[in-house]
Design a protein around this ligand. Structure first.
Ligand SMILES: Nc1ncnc2c1ncn2[C@@H]1O[C@H](COP(=O)(O)OP(=O)(O)O)[C@@H](O)[C@H]1O
Ligand SMILES: CC(=O)N[C@@H](CCC(=O)OP(=O)(O)O)C(=O)O
Length: 287
């Protein structure tokens, strides 16, 4: 949905989008943004533009972000080797300091600034603010990697009520003053679940769930939780898609209406999904 349309074309798009705007206005949409989809500066700006547009038409957007590549980058600059076990970063004391600096500092602040440059009213917070995400140690071998024990959604609801776009970094807390590194997808799913969001959008670097068999890489546009189980058994959902689909299932179980796995590298995919017939990515629903 480029912005290089004539006024007449733009008007047509608006007329077509109107029923969708009515459908989503006032509803909570949680967007998980991060990974490779967040590296490209032009794309990042476009995603923020889309978020502000949706906010202007009354959608209650909550932006939850990761920043794994940015953490890797600072660790490298500091001469520290990044280590992962089952996709989770081994997080010692020095690493959790770096994670806080990057996620709650640089990345969060940059996204808030970009949203505000586009005319949005954004407010950044980490999982420690207002006890938003409480954690415990997930596995002592991983250090300060957090397993979410509780989400206090009230501060986010208060910000939405006051008309802000909450921008949440996935750093968790406990009652002893520790900070925790939480996987971005997992934290976002927990927040979406606690908010009972209408839609939870998980942006990644593939078009969605693909029927990746032999030479067939077709996108599965919609799938139910029961069908995902079947796709896992068939080995179609595998690798990095397994924990992603688990996040979808958890969010739906907690009351999210639908989850969309979409390609964050495709310009304006959020608008395509929410405001057009076409949609984008794979929609996961309860039934
Ligand atoms: N059926 C599938 N459809 C799409 N991707 C799949 C599928 N099965 C496995 N994958 C793998 O999952 C990866 C997405 O997970 P991951 O790389 O962890 O994403 P991210 O870095 O965005 O968190 C894809 O790049 C792909 O290699
Ligand atoms: C425990 C763990 O691995 N945490 C992640 C948190 C950031 C993240 O998830 O970022 P993306 O969404 O950009 O991948 C990490 O340290 O990389």
């Amino acid at each position: 949905m480029p912005y290089s349309y004539s006024n007449a074309e733009r008007a047509q798009i608006l007329v077509e989008a109107l029923p969708y705007i009515k459908k989503h206005s006032g509803k909570i949409v949680v967007i998980k943004y991060g990974g490779n989809a967040m590296i490209n500066e032009t794309l990042k700006q476009q995603v923020m533009e889309d978020i502000v547009l949706l906010w202007h038409v009354g959608v209650k957007i909550v932006l939850v972000h990761g920043g794994g590549p940015e953490i890797n980058d600072l660790m490298k600059r500091l001469g520290k080797k990044a280590e992962f076990v089952d996709g989770l970063r081994v997080t010692d004391k020095e690493t959790i300091d770096i994670v806080q600096m990057v996620l709650a500092g640089k990345v969060n602040n940059t996204l808030v600034n970009l949203l505000q440059m586009q005319g949005g009213n954004a407010l950044g917070l980490s999982g420690a603010d207002g006890h938003l995400i409480k954690c415990k140690i997930k596995d002592p071998r991983l250090g300060f990697v957090g397993e979410v024990t509780e989400v206090n959604e009230k501060p986010v609801l208060d910000l939405l009520e006051k008309g802000y776009i909450p921008v949440v970094s996935t750093v968790g807390c406990d009652d002893q003053g520790n900070a925790y590194n939480i996987n971005g997808d997992t934290a976002a799913a927990c927040i979406a679940g606690a908010l009972k969001a209408e839609t939870f959008i998980l942006m990644t670097d593939v078009p969605g769930i693909l029927r990746d068999k032999d030479d067939d890489k077709t996108l599965i546009p919609a799938v139910t939780v029961a069908e995902t189980k079947q796709l896992k058994e068939e080995g179609i959902i595998a690798g990095g898609m397994l924990p992603k689909v688990k996040c979808c299932e958890d969010a739906i179980e907690k009351g999210v209406n639908n989850v969309i796995i979409m390609d964050g590298r495709v310009p304006h995919s959020i608008l395509m999904e929410l405001l057009t017939d076409e949609g984008a990515g794979t929609m996961v629903t309860g039934e």
